[in-house]
Design a protein around this ligand. Structure first.
Ligand code: F6P
Length: 548
């Protein structure tokens, strides 16, 4: 059993959490005019106000002690140095090498990986230039206008949110379409609107074994041939990104059209590798480089800033504080920016696939909670649906609000309204509204006292609900790179504290194996069904419905 929960640091955090009972953030703000300033920090174009959290100096000190006890900075340095920290897969974890602008080598097994990284970046640069200039022509001589990016999980979510978030930076004349799910409705809908002559398919799969991606690519290839393309034209319209070049060639990809990646890049950390090719095709190579630059600056900040000014450390420790000492089971992300609407889904994979673990690094059992459920959506939409539960429900849900101060439609009153809603929500969560205030409000409501009392109770807002607010001058490529790296490092710090391997994902494997066994039974509709009674019943229902 991991001894983490028996440590002095853990026990003192428990005591501090109990000591906060009965205290209210509203009073802390009244008593301390410096609170907002004291608990705010800015780095890499991101301003974090974390003053609306259930913290004081003692709590922060105790959290920093816990980070020291768990050797977070030593583990961080080990990651950057290429140590085999993904020990169950025996791999280094070096997505940071993909955005290493230091000019310094990065070694894996004694070999500097930077020459390969830089050569791949050059290949991306040249390919993007040839598409954008029109030098690369489709089979019938037309320039490429549409990119269909096929991939799933980390080979999909990162590129998709980056392309979406950077809509104002899109290269004129290029449109990108992302397809992930094996549900044929999606690929069919996307392809139906396209012309094979000006379409480029980018197939992204680190392993080149993922069912969904292989099937969607086969469907795209069949569509290409049906539309009039020939086998020999495929090289002009299909490229792949993979660490499994052999499998990609066997699949039929032209070797020159394969952009490599490496085992030491985890799937959900791979958008910095050639998996980011669709991003570069959408926004141009210079903007793509700016994303990497922003992430590099966040890496430097993470390595160098003291804990009380270190954005990833602070956000991670606040998360640990709520998960382990306030029984919070989820964390909500609320981007107040339409183009950032996909960010919660991206962080969902990053965080939940990384830290949704139940065994500690030394194969010990764990008696404390690990990664929270990550969820959320763009503001203000959530205010008219799920915010009710955050405000008045019985569970504690820490929130991250995000807002760019400048947006493309800056002179529009919409942005002021968006900002006021964002700030108003953090304020309402923090201060709440007391029963007395609600009761007083009903003075002229013309209702009897029992009704007034009852209504005042229903309207009472407890407040004292924690939130971070992240502001960006504008969400340009560099700031977006820093933002994504910030969340990556937050997840790293939490994994280091919880003593889990944040870089494997064994939990997704069983479902894949069983899914394939079920597929065999569906395809061979005469085969004997020998699973559990429920699964057999479901397969039978499917067979019957599809028997004609
Ligand atoms: O099934 C989970 C997973 O392995 C993710 O970790 C990964 O991002 C995704 O599948 C896609 O994998 P690949 O890039 O190998 O197709």
């Amino acid at each position: 059993m991991s001894t983490l929960s028996q440590t002095e640091q853990w026990k003192s955090l428990n005591t501090l959490a109990e000591g906060l009972n009965g205290q209210h953030m509203r009073d802390w703000f009244e008593q301390d005019p410096q609170r907002a300033k004291r608990y705010s920090v800015k780095a890499c174009g991101i301003f974090l106000d974390y003053s609306k959290n259930l913290i004081n100096e003692s709590v922060l000190d105790a959290l920093f002690d816990l980070a020291d006890k768990q050797n977070v900075s030593g583990k961080r340095d080990g990651m950057f140095a290429g140590e085999i920290i993904n020990h169950t897969e025996k791999r280094a974890v070096l997505h940071t090498a993909l955005r290493n602008f230091s000019g310094q080598p990065v070694y894996v097994d004694g070999q500097d990986v930077m020459p390969e990284v830089l050569a791949t970046q050059d290949k991306i640069r040249d390919f993007v230039a040839s598409i954008h200039s029109g030098d690369h022509k489709g089979a019938t001589g037309k320039a490429i206008k549409h990119i269909v990016s096929i991939g799933i999980g980390g080979s999909f979510l990162g590129p998709k949110i980056m392309s979406e978030a950077l809509k104002p930076y899109w290269h004129d004349g290029i449109t990108v379409h992302y397809v992930a799910n094996v549900d044929g409705c999606h690929i069919t809908d996307v392809l139906a609107a396209l012309d094979y002559e000006d379409t480029l398919v980018v197939m992204s799969s680190k392993s080149f074994t993922t069912q969904e991606t292989l099937q969607n690519t086969l469907t795209a290839k069949a569509w290409f041939l049906e539309q009039g393309g020939s086998q020999s034209d495929i090289a002009k319209h299909f490229v792949a990104v993979s660490s499994n070049v052999k499998a990609a060639v066997e699949f039929g990809m032209d070797e020159n059209n394969i952009f490599p990646m490496w085992d030491w890049v985890g799937g959900r950390y791979s958008l910095w590798s050639a998996i980011g090719l669709p991003i570069a095709l959408t926004i141009g190579y210079d903007n793509y480089r700016a994303i990497l630059q922003g992430a590099y600056e966040m890496d430097c900040h993470f390595k160098q800033a003291p804990m009380n000014e270190n954005l990833p450390m602070l956000m991670a420790l606040l998360g640990v504080w709520y998960t382990n000492f306030h029984a919070a089971q989820s964390h909500v992300l609320l981007p107040y920016y339409h183009y950032l609407r996909g960010f919660p889904a991206y962080v969902q994979q990053l965080d939940m696939e990384s830290n949704g673990k139940r065994i500690a690094n030394q194969a010990d059992d764990i008696d404390y909670a690990t990664g929270p459920v990550i969820w959320g959506s763009e503001g203000t939409n959530g205010q008219h649906s799920f915010h009710q539960l955050i405000h008045q429900g019985k569970v504690l849900i820490p929130a991250d609000f995000m807002l760019p101060l400048n947006v493309p439609n800056k002179n529009d009153t919409h942005h002021s309204m968006l900002a006021s809603n964002c700030f108003g929500q953090t304020q309402a969560l923090m201060q709440g509204k007391t029963y007395d205030e609600c009761y007083a409000d009903l003075k002229d409501a013309n209702i009897d006292n029992a009704t007034r009392h009852s209504l005042a109770k229903h309207k009472t807002m407890p407040g004292n609900k924690p939130s971070n607010t992240l502001l960006f001058d504008r969400l340009d490529p560099k700031t977006l790179g820093a933002l994504v790296a910030l969340y990556e490092h937050k997840v790293f710090v939490q994994g280091a504290i919880w003593e889990v391997n944040s870089f494997d994902q064994w939990g997704v494997e069983l479902g894949k194996v069983l899914g394939n066994q079920v597929l065999d039974k569906i395809v061979d509709s005469e085969s004997n069904l020998d699973f559990d009674a429920s699964t057999n019943q479901l397969i039978s229902a499917f067979r019957n419905a599809n028997s004609q």
